[in-house]
Design a protein around this ligand. Structure first.
Ligand SMILES: [Zn+2]
Length: 455
């Protein structure tokens, strides 16, 4: 059994010594340079190193990827190709900024501005070379042949110009377009997060959930009740900060709804029949009418907040949507187009206004009334302003603590907002046939990737 045991490299000094002797021989005799010299003018095999960020030390996972890259380059060199092997350094991106922020003890964009943007950038630029020597030594020691003398550097204007050239190519081919996409967004970091990043940051929290009364402009005709009674649609949300951005309510044609009187008050509340008991428990409830969701379509209701940019023809109406269920809430879904993927899709479909009531710093914009402008949306004090405002207008039916899983930024622990970001996109879907045709020519290992991930 002893022969199969893993042993440390130190216990094989001869192996280490042999490797180091070989490396020295390569270096002294400029073997890599000669491999290029001898193949000048031959058909090139183009290799650009996927660039590491040198603000952290190389680790064992960097070794395996580089071993594979080296293998292919050596093979192509042996086949007679000219293999230039350009090295590169990734010097941009949030990881760099975050490290510098940590080192300087800065906690927000505002603090960076106070520190000085130019000074901050200089620190960031210096930080990306912190472990350059370690990386170069690492590359050499693992026998990864690479042209370290002429790297491409992503902050270099030459490189940036090339990146813009690529964007220009897309524009000239009519592949570039601007659109919104609802993404999980950290207002502190000022950046969206990938699904993988979001998955790392879920926590069980208790949020303030509210059931809001949306006042219908004219009473439901199908209900035989005195006309003076105000009709309200009840909708539920765990994110009160999205209420100023409300522009629609969604119902389902497959759900039965009831109009009920509660505690003999002179107001009619409308919600899914299946949820009457749960939502209105503890009250005396008198059902006046039960009907299908279709009856509610196109009903107009009064805005909760007076925001003129949202007041279009299509806004503040009831629309059908297939995502409405009776699992939670009231069976009527509050729709804030810019703050949810389903909301956004419904908004596009029926033409609801796309206007942000929240800025990228996570604060309400100027046009939001009730002294909310400039306030951080997830701040409990801001939520209190919203709920008090609704209470005063008799538009809050119920407020209660709600425990659920909510995503936080894994970097800075700020609660994420689902936020419609306007971004530029490249319409790769237009190139699908070409991509598939080229994929057919690729010799994939393992073979299942060809028709699996890339098929
Ligand atoms: Zn963050």
């Amino acid at each position: 059994m002893a022969n199969n045991e893993l042993t440390s490299p130190e216990s094989h000094p001869a192996v280490s010594r042999r490797e180091e002797e070989t490396l020295r021989f390569w270096e002294e005799n400029k073997i890599f340079e000669k491999s290029l010299e001898q193949r000048k003018g031959a058909k090139p095999f183009v290799f650009f190193e996927g660039p590491p960020t040198a603000n952290a030390r190389p680790a064992i996972h960097h070794f395996i990827g580089r071993a594979f890259k080296d293998l292919f380059c050596r093979f192509q060199t042996m086949r007679g190709h000219f293999v230039g092997r350009k090295s590169g350094w990734d010097t941009q991106g949030l990881p760099v900024e975050i490290e510098v922020e940590k080192a300087l003890g800065l906690k927000s964009k505002k603090e960076i501005e106070e520190y000085g943007v130019a000074e901050f950038n200089a620190k960031a630029k210096a930080s990306v070379w912190k472990y350059q020597e370690e990386w170069e030594r690492f590359s050499k020691r693992i026998a990864f042949w690479l042209d370290l003398e002429h790297p491409y550097i992503t902050y270099d204007p030459n490189y940036i110009e090339s990146a813009w050239w690529v964007v220009k190519q897309a524009a000239e081919r009519d592949l570039l377009f601007k659109d919104y996409k609802v993404v999980p967004y950290c207002a502190r970091c000022g950046t969206s997060l990938s699904a993988h990043e979001v998955a790392q940051g879920y926590e069980t929290v208790t949020d303030n959930s509210v059931i809001v009364k949306f006042k219908i402009k004219s009473p439901l005709k199908t209900i035989n009740y005195k006309l003076s009674t105000i009709n309200y649609l009840l909708a539920w949300t765990t994110t009160p900060w999205t209420l100023p951005g409300n522009v629609g309510l969604a119902v389902s044609s497959d759900i039965s709804y009831s109009a009920v009187l509660v505690d003999d008050k002179d107001e009619l509340l409308i919600l899914a029949t299946d949820l009457v008991e749960r939502v209105l428990s503890g009250h005396s409830v008198k059902t006046l009418s039960t009907f299908n969701g279709d009856k509610l379509l196109n009903l107009k209701y009064e805005p909760l907040f007076n925001i003129k940019e949202l007041q279009t023809e299509a806004a503040y109406q009831v629309y059908p949507a297939d995502f409405v269920t009776t699992t939670d809430g009231t069976g009527i879904v509050h729709t804030a187009v810019m703050y949810g993927e389903e909301d956004y899709q419904l908004g596009i479909k029926v033409g609801l206004p796309r206007f942000h009531t929240v800025d990228r710093a996570g604060r309400f914009v100027e046009t939001v009334p009730a002294e909310l402008a400039g306030k951080a949306v997830k701040d409990p004090a801001t939520e209190a302003i919203i709920t008090n405002y609704l209470k005063e207008k008799n538009l809050l039916y119920k407020e209660e603590a709600y425990e659920h899983e909510y995503p936080f930024c894994w970097r800075c622990k700020t609660p994420l907002l689902y936020y419609a970001m306007d971004s530029w996109f490249i319409a790769t879907s237009k190139l699908k046939d070409k991509l598939l045709a080229n994929n057919d020519k690729v010799n994939w290992y393992p073979a299942h990737i060809k028709d699996g991930r890339f098929g």
